[in-house]
Design a protein around this ligand. Structure first.
Ligand code: AP5
Ligand code: MG
Ligand code: ZN
Length: 218
């Protein structure tokens, strides 16, 4: 079972696709943003610290996210594989992930990059609604829930993220370009990067991702 890294700008569809991809592959979906938001909601010390960075659209310091994600990957269900969403986001995080997986005789099998133009990202984030209970992601125009404000999957209440405001979205896009784009070269050099067109029907993007996840590297 594989360790897959899903890369992409804010709004590129990582969360939408990762949960389904993980289910199809029989591995857990590990999303650093969801783990951080759970800490914020529970008002843990980590959550209070991380929240300041998140509301500004900046990255939470590497040591914090690395420790948090490694703890998750140490749990029994993630010892054979996982779909990683939002982590790694810096070269330091990627190196920490490689070191930890090497200890268990594994490694990142593939890094899949969802490619979506900026204007589409902004449009998607402005209309996004998320499930408070299960994390499912909706869009008020392109992927509306059957009943407004309620999750199709679990019936939980939907909410909008406080970092989806225009100013913070612009900042998150800039941070992605400056701090996460260098990661592409890191995985490209290892022959692990596969670019996938992230524009189109959600089901169509999912098929392309699955093919890229399971196919032989280019
Ligand atoms: P995180 O939660 O990871 O947010 P992000 O990277 O900004 O990405 P998003 O979750 O906003 O987008 P997504 O790609 O998941 O898109 P989605 O599927 O929802 O991180 C948040 C913050 O936490 C960071 O800013 C940072 O502060 C901190 N953080 C997290 N990880 C960290 C790390 N490793 N290191 C340091 N700090 C970290 O889709 C978006 C919308 O588009 C939805 O409405 C969806 O319905 C719609 N949509 C999806 N696909 C399509 C499609 N094909 N067509 C039309 N609409 C679509
Ligand atoms: Mg997400
Ligand atoms: Zn739900």
């Amino acid at each position: 079972m594989p360790y897959l890294v899903l890369l992409g700008a804010p709004g590129s569809g990582k969360g939408t696709q990762a949960s389904v991809l993980a289910k199809a592959l029989g591995v857990p979906h590990v999303a650093s943003g969801d783990l951080l938001r759970a800490h914020v909601a529970q008002q843990t010390e980590l959550g209070r610290m991380a929240h300041q960075y998140m509301t500004r659209g900046e990255l939470v310091p590497d040591d914090v996210t690395i420790a948090m994600v490694m703890e998750r990957l140490d749990q029994p269900d993630a010892r054979q594989g996982a779909v990683l969403d939002g982590f790694p986001r810096t070269v330091v995080q990627a190196e920490a992930l490689d070191a930890r997986l090497a200890e268990r005789g594994a490694g990142v099998d593939r890094a899949l990059l969802l490619v979506v133009p900026d204007d589409e990202l902004v449009r998607r984030l402005a209309g996004r609604w998320l499930c408070r209970q299960c994390g499912a992601s909706y869009h008020e125009v392109s992927n509306p829930p059957r009943q407004p404000g309620r999750c199709d999957r679990c019936g939980g209440p939907l909410f909008q993220r406080d970092d989806d405001t225009p100013t913070v979205v612009r900042k998150r896009l800039a941070v992605f370009r400056e701090q996460t784009l260098p990661l592409l070269d890191y995985y490209r050099r290892q022959g692990k990067l596969v670019e996938v067109d992230g524009v189109g029907e959600i089901a169509q993007v999912r098929e392309a991702l699955l093919a890229a996840a399971l196919g032989t590297p280019a």
